[in-house]
Ligand binder design. Structure first.
Ligand code: CA
Length: 234
């Protein structure tokens, strides 16, 4: 099974070189030459990795990165042409997973691609078997779950969460987009298989919302699904 890579680059020669070399490594390569197309393709293809140039027509790489970061955890390898761009990449905490400044060697580029894809595989495996010790971070916009440290950051500031609040958030985050019943949450987070204690879930959800929602009364991250349970939106 070959991995899908979306390469976003508006310089034809570089795009061709990158595509040629990635294809030779048996990756499936998709290309975009402007920011708007890049966002559309990323949403449609859900690639395993996005290689993203910063200076792009229509929508620049900064904006593309910011938008995609809200929606997916696909690693983003940024290509920069100037040192002041690197400063912005770091300074803005774009959520890019790695960056390289031009010009770079193809060997180095392929090594970075390989490293990011290995990371993706690990995350995927870890999701499939939750027993494996997690090492990587999960990001949803300004919310970061640091799995190795069991820490949650909001706008890069660590939140003070009780252990069960953390466990609950992690469980919700790992099943983002799915409706989870209180019973299932109880069973998986607390290890109880009875429904009598489902208020415990509600209380912890309320506490979490107070910490991670902009407006806890109008939650957008942990949504209540009437008559069913909760759904984590990201
Ligand atoms: Ca460019």
């Amino acid at each position: 099974m070959s991995e899908n890579i979306l390469v976003v680059e508006d310089e034809p020669t570089l795009l061709e070189t990158l595509t040629y070399n990635l294809t030779r490594q048996n990756y499936q390569v998709h290309t975009a030459t402007d920011g708007v197309t890049a966002v559309e393709m990323a949403r449609e293809l859900h690639p395993d990795l996005i290689v993203l140039d910063l200076m792009l027509p229509k929508l620049d790489g900064f904006e593309v990165c910011r938008m995609l970061r809200q929606e997916m955890i696909t690693p983003i390898l940024i290509l920069t042409a100037r040192d002041d761009e690197i400063d912005r990449v770091i300074g803005l905490e774009l959520g890019a997973d790695d960056y390289m400044s031009k010009p770079f060697s193809m060997r180095e580029f392929l090594a970075r691609v390989k490293a990011q894809l290995r990371r993706v595989r690990l995350i995927r495996e870890e999701r499939e078997s939750e027993d494996i010790l997690p090492r990587e971070n999960i990001k949803f916009g300004n919310l970061t779950l640091d799995l190795a440290r069991r820490e949650v950051l909001l706008d890069d500031r660590p939140l003070s969460l009780k252990p069960k609040e953390y466990d609950l958030l992690l469980f919700l985050a790992r099943h983002r987009g799915h409706v989870l019943t209180r019973e299932l949450i109880l069973e998986r987070v607390w290890g109880w298989d009875f429904s009598g204690g489902s208020r415990t879930v509600d209380v912890h959800v309320r506490w979490l919302r107070e910490k991670i929602e902009l407006d806890p009364a109008q939650p957008v991250r942990i949504v209540t699904v009437r008559g069913a349970g909760y759904r984590f939106e990201g």
